[in-house]
Design a binder for this molecule. Structure first.
Ligand SMILES: *Cc1c(COP(=O)(O)O)cnc(C)c1O
Length: 816
């Protein structure tokens, strides 16, 4: 859009001469081409975009959409579009842009499957249309306008998704997308606090279809059927009901695929769908009906459906060879998704070396597409490009002109045979290629040897939980995140960088070497060390770690160390013992402590804190209150003695939730970050971060009367099917879970452990499951079996289960 278009959309005065702005962003950290970018300063409870105007200006951005007064003199040459609400204005601009196009636009909503249906439709209709679609799952009040912004003259079809979490949001999205064809994927039954009932939820989502000429939906669901009945002239329904426009008259699982027959206008058409799980089959049928509606022949469609893949919608980080970190993102490959992936790469890499392995762009890329790729890589400071495919190599000089080192391989096999893997040492590497290049082979060749048992850590869920806990704080209260014990058994440096990016104020670790790992991984946030052993003072100072001082001995030892090196004003944290009786100064020691600190030249007190003993337990709320009172009195006393201000903090996860009066100036979030809480956090709707997954090594029939496993503990009462899976007590799956105590989740079922848990393996009774194959995935804990449930079965707490997962279990990081 040009600046004149934007002024017109907003109904405000224009700049002198129109400037074309190719890009729009709400995130100051993700700007690739500043001169062509409009920066939108949004205000949310977490962030005020206006705080980043200066930084954005310095990057070279000259066009801003703002809602707070700014001093134009501090921004020479910049233009500010001023409005009263930047989110509304952003939506207004997108709506105006949408109006300029009279192409068919598909709008997708529903509880699940929006992104898959969108991506698959783009794949199926790609040969016939020039398609503009939402990047990844950009479907929110902010994501939708950013998606629509991408519409250009050459597009002949738009496919956009719309997601809402509460009443009243869909009107705005409808107004921006204005779909001509609607798809309602499905209606999840999950309780949704944004809506008073399922009926209300569907009514709200249905508003997307206000002006649609056609609405495609699966009417076997009673509520969807009811909604559809009110719009019969526009409905293209499918399902098993007799009144469905596309009626399913046969539905059969055949090995790895599903065969269906659709009856439409008296004509029967058969399709083989390359999936068997219900969700994928439903998503495929939505696509089939939509494509038939667009006039695609059943033969062509049938052929294209065979090429659909289950999508890994998430960005997946894996540790690679020679200390590298790999981001494998091959689910869609166009300039927008490349830019998004590069933003993530930059976040994780910090100041480290970045490389990309890219294939030729799929399809028939626009004329200057490779010039855009080269410019993007240069903007993101990618030091080396490994190009795979013969097309891109023709543009070698473009990349080299931008100062990027390059290596070229005609195809994936050539890369696998010839690439020098040592050059990837310590680099953060994006692997992104078109489907035909099969880059998953490159990703698996470059990653560390994988034991099939993995601990998946969903970084997006983690960020969500961080935001959720932050929303419980008064403005200005700081957030320290506890990353002790390898981030509660998850991962360390990657997590540290992620938290830094998501605005944690402080980190804390148990021992100095954990802090060193974070520093070496590029974490710059202040880091508190809770157990500063005198032998580690050197490491502490060298890496700017901040020790907890909990006794006069350690105070004196550290003071002497600093004095020896002539260091003054070194940041420290004072721990008070108000009832835990573990580490810390006792209340009666306060006067002496205060006097020492007040005159100390070596030490500067950054914070004074205590730890709550039973903040999760209502029965001990009296004790917690007492701890709070002692803490307040003691810190008041210290404040009277120490001549400068310091931070006070006491609350851990349960304290944040249950004792808002003890938040003081900072809180310390631990286990809650992982969506786990030992207080009742039900009202918070946290997301599950960690999933422990493994696979089946063998499946066998064992007759009744035989025993399974060591010690003949389990004698089978019936003819059984036994699956042996690749996890044992050495991985952290406790032996107490043997002999029926533990359950694991497999595709819709929970199977009991049979016999004793072995060191590296466990057996499950899968007799009652329909089909089980070697290689099938098994969830040990995660979305279906909460880590808290597992802990209860072992008579312990989730902390012990989480931190007990052996390091041989590979950590895989995901981003939505
Ligand atoms: C571990 C720890 C926390 C965090 O506890 P959670 O219950 O996991 O929130 C807070 N403060 C201190 C001193 C800790 O050691």
């Amino acid at each position: 859009m040009t600046t004149t278009d934007i002024s017109q959309a907003l109904g405000i005065g224009a700049t002198e001469s129109p400037v074309r702005l190719e890009y729009i962003t709400t995130d100051s950290r993700q700007i690739s081409f500043p001169a062509d970018t409009l920066f939108v300063a949004l205000v949310t409870p977490q962030r005020n975009g206006h705080d980043y105007l200066e930084k954005t200006y310095q990057k070279g951005v000259r066009h801003f959409l703002v809602m707070q007064k700014t001093n134009p003199e501090s921004f020479p040459g910049a233009f500010f579009f001023e409005t009263t609400n930047t989110l509304k204005a952003l939506q207004q601009i997108a709506g105006y842009h949408r109006e300029q196009f009279s192409i068919p636009v598909i709008g997708i909503t529903g509880s699940n499957g929006k992104t898959i249906v969108k991506e698959w439709l783009a794949q199926l209709l790609g040969p016939e249309f020039s398609i503009c679609k939402s990047p990844r799952s950009y479907n929110s009040q902010i994501g939708v306008p950013l998606s629509i912004w991408q519409l250009e003259e050459h597009h002949t079809l738009g496919i956009f998704e719309a997601g809402i979490s509460t009443t009243g949001e869909m009107e705005a999205l409808q107004n921006i997308i204005r779909p001509t064809i609607g798809i309602f994927t499905n209606l999840g039954t999950a309780h949704d606090e944004g809506f008073s009932s399922l009926k209300e939820k569907i009514a709200q989502k249905w508003k997307l279809f206000e002006d649609c000429r056609h609405i495609i939906c699966h009417t076997d669901d009673k509520l969807i059927h009811q909604a559809a009945e009110k719009n019969l002239d526009r409905i293209i329904s499918w399902g098993e009901r007799a009144d469905a426009v596309y009626r399913i008259i046969k539905h059969e699982k055949l090995g790895n695929s599903t065969s269906i027959s659709l009856l439409h206008n008296g004509l029967e058409t058969n399709f083989t769908i390359p999936f068997t799980d219900q969700a994928s089959v439903e998503n495929t049928i939505h696509c089939i009906v939509t494509c038939l509606h667009f006039g695609l022949s059943p033969e062509k469609l049938h052929e294209r459906i065979q090429g659909l893949h289950a999508l890994h919608m998430r960005l997946e980080w894996k540790k690679g060879l020679y200390g590298s970190l790999l981001l494998n993102d091959s689910y869609s490959y166009d300039l927008t998704s490349l830019e998004i992936a590069l933003n993530h790469l930059q976040q994780q890499a910090g100041n480290g070396k970045m490389m990309t392995i890219l294939s030729d762009l799929p399809g028939n890329p626009a004329k200057d597409a490779y010039a855009d790729v080269a410019a993007l890589l240069a903007q993101k400071h990618i030091s080396r490009l490994i190009g795979v495919g013969e097309e891109m190599q023709k543009f070698q000089s473009l990349f080299e002109a931008d100062g990027i080192e390059t290596d070229w391989f005609p195809d994936t096999n050539a890369f696998l045979e010839k690439a020098n893997r040592k050059q990837f040492e310590k680099a953060t590497i994006l692997i992104k290629g078109g489907r035909v290049f099969e880059f998953e082979r490159i990703a698996s060749a470059l990653q560390q040897q994988q034991h099939e048992t993995v601990l998946e850590i969903n970084l997006s869920a983690l960020a969500f939980n961080l935001k959720t806990y932050r929303s419980l704080l008064k403005p200005g209260t700081k957030m320290m995140v506890m990353l002790k014990a390898f981030g509660y058994g998850s991962t360390d440096a990657e997590l540290g960088r992620w938290l830094q990016h998501h605005g944690a104020d402080y980190l804390a670790v148990a021992y100095a070497d954990e802090g060193v790992t974070l520093r070496e991984g590029g974490v710059e946030l202040p880091i508190m060390v809770m157990n500063p052993e005198p032998g580690a003072f050197g490491q502490i100072v060298q890496h700017k770690l901040e020790p907890e001082i909990y006794s006069f001995d350690i105070l004196q030892a550290f003071d002497e160390y600093l004095a020896d090196f002539g260091i003054t004003q070194y940041p420290v944290h004072i721990k008070l013992d108000t009832g835990m009786h573990r580490l810390g100064f006792l209340p009666e020691e306060t006067p002496k402590l205060g006097a020492l600190l007040a005159k100390s030249e070596t030490l500067r007190v950054i914070s004074v804190f205590t730890h709550l003993v039973a903040s999760e337990n209502q029965a001990h709320d009296g004790f917690t209150k007492e701890q709070g009172k002692i803490f307040e009195e003691t810190t008041d006393l210290l404040a009277g003695l120490i001549p400068y201000p310091f931070i006070r903090h006491a609350a851990n996860t349960a304290g944040i939730l249950r004792h808002p009066e003890l938040h003081f100036n900072m809180v310390r979030l631990g286990i809650g970050l992982f969506g786990v809480s030992n207080a009742d956090a039900g009202s918070l709707r946290l997301q599950t971060v960690s999933r422990l997954l493994t696979t089946i090594a063998q499946v066998k029939k064992v007759p009744a009367g035989q025993s399974v496993g060591y010690g003949r503990q389990a004698i089978l009462k019936r003819d059984s099917i036994i699956a042996t899976i690749r996890i044992g007590y050495a991985d952290g799956y406790r032996r107490q879970l043997g002999n029926g105590a533990g359950l694991m989740y497999l595709d819709g079922y929970k199977a009991p452990v049979v016999g004793n848990v072995c060191m590296d393996m466990t057996m499950l009774d899968v007799t009652d499951l329909p089909t089980v194959h070697p290689g099938d995935r098994v969830e040990v804990f995660g979305n279906h079996i909460a880590v808290g449930e597992l802990a209860k079965l072992c008579d312990t707490i989730p902390y012990e289960i989480m931190t007990g997962i052996n390091q041989r279990v590979k950590r895989v990081l995901l981003e939505d």
